[in-house]
Design a protein around this ligand. Structure first.
Ligand code: ZN
Length: 148
């Protein structure tokens, strides 16, 4: 189990150091800003939709390693998914980081690396900030959300 934990830790550190899909997104049609005052994490999510499919998604911002790594893995996971699939993944991710997931973690793919967050309740908001922000972007353009 500790080996698995080390691997998870490594993935999080890697995504924090080299965030994927980081930066502005030309011709994005949805944007939202998220703020986690508890930790100081700030994120802006840009989404380009094609019909109800997430054709592209990028993020910008600053924050702790968990918030950045979570946003990075999230963008990798959500690209190509439908809005509905994204919503379902958000629910499952939220269950995972709050320790309520009882299903096979393997089906969560790389998102499973954030399972350890459930042991640190104060970090849950860091891990879910990018997801809340993306949900706001998908629901409505130009929104601002706060975890508080
Ligand atoms: Zn944070």
């Amino acid at each position: 189990m500790s080996e698995l934990r080390d691997l998870y830790q490594e993935v999080i550190l890697d995504h924090n150091k080299h965030p994927r899909n980081y930066g502005a997104l030309e011709d994005a049609d949805r944007h939202a800003e998220g703020h986690n005052p508890l930790c100081g994490d700030e994120i802006t999510v840009h989404v380009k939709l094609e019909g109800d499919k997430i054709a592209d998604i990028r993020f910008e911002g600053s924050g702790c390693a968990i918030s950045k790594a979570s946003a990075s893995v999230m963008t990798e996971t959500l690209k190509g998914k439908t809005v509905e699939e994204a919503g379902a993944l958000f629910e499952r991710f939220h269950e995972l980081v709050t320790g309520k997931a009882d299903e096979d973690l393997e089906t969560l793919g790389k998102l499973a690396v954030f399972g350890g967050v459930s042991e640190f309740p104060v970090r849950v908001k860091c891990a879910t900030l990018s997801w809340h922000t993306t949900r706001a972007a998908l629901n409505e353009s130009g929104t601002k959300i706060s975890t508080e």
